[in-house]
Design a protein around this ligand. Structure first.
Ligand code: 5GP
Ligand code: ZN
Length: 142
C-alpha cells in the first residue's frame, strides 16, 4: 500500500470502484474514463510501478487474469475484439504509477487503431542494426 497511489487506495477501499474480479493477488475494475463500454483495468494488489518490477507471482497473476478476463469482457459488452495493453513508463504514457493492464473492448467500425497507431514516425533500421538489437535483447533476457 502506498498512500499517494490512487490504485492502492482503490485496493484499500478508500476510493470506490466497480470491481469485476478480485482474488488474493489481483483486482479488476472498470476504468473511470472508459475508452469503450467495458474498459477494464487489471492490477496487482502489491504496489509495483513497472512491469519489470513485478515479482514472478504478481506478474503471473496479472497476465493470467488479463488473459481470462479478455473473453469475459468481450462477451459482456458484445464486443468484436479487445485491445490488451499496458502503458509501461512515462515515455509510454503511463499516468498511474501502479502496474495495470487495460482491456479495451473493440467494435467493428469503432474508428480506433491498432497498437501500431501509437507511433507516428517509424524508425529506419538496417539489417545490421536489427541484428544487433535482437542480440542485445537476447543477451539482456538471459
Ligand atoms: P494509464 O494512462 O496510466 O495507462 O491509465 C490509467 C487509467 O486509470 C486511465 O485510463 C484512467 O481513466 C484510470 N483511472 C485513473 N484514476 C482512476 C480512478 O480513481 N478510478 C478508476 N476506476 N480508474 C482510474
Ligand atoms: Zn499503488
Amino acid at each position: 500500500m502506498t498512500d499517494d497511489c490512487v490504485f492502492c487506495r482503490i485496493i484499500d477501499g478508500e476510493i470506490p470502484a466497480r470491481t469485476v474480479y478480485e482474488d488474493d493477488d489481483v483486482l479488476a475494475f472498470l476504468d473511470a474514463n472508459p475508452l469503450a463500454r467495458g474498459h477494464t483495468l487489471v492490477i496487482p494488489k502489491n504496489h509495483h510501478e513497472r512491469v519489470s518490477d513485478l515479482p514472478a507471482a504478481d506478474r503471473d497473476a496479472v497476465f493470467e487474469t488479463l488473459g481470462r478476463l479478455t473473453s469475459a469482457v468481450e462477451a459482456a459488452v458484445d464486443a468484436d475484439g479487445v485491445t490488451v495493453g499496458m502503458n509501461d513508463g512515462d515515455a509510454a504514457g503511463q499516468e498511474v504509477p501502479h502496474v495495470h493492464g487495460h482491456l479495451v473492448p473493440r467494435f467493428d467500425g469503432d474508428g480506433g487503431g491498432a497498437v501500431h497507431s501509437i507511433v507516428r514516425t517509424l524508425p529506419e533500421l538496417s539489417d545490421e542494426e536489427l541484428d544487433a538489437i535482437a542480440a542485445d535483447i537476447g543477451d539482456s533476457a538471459e
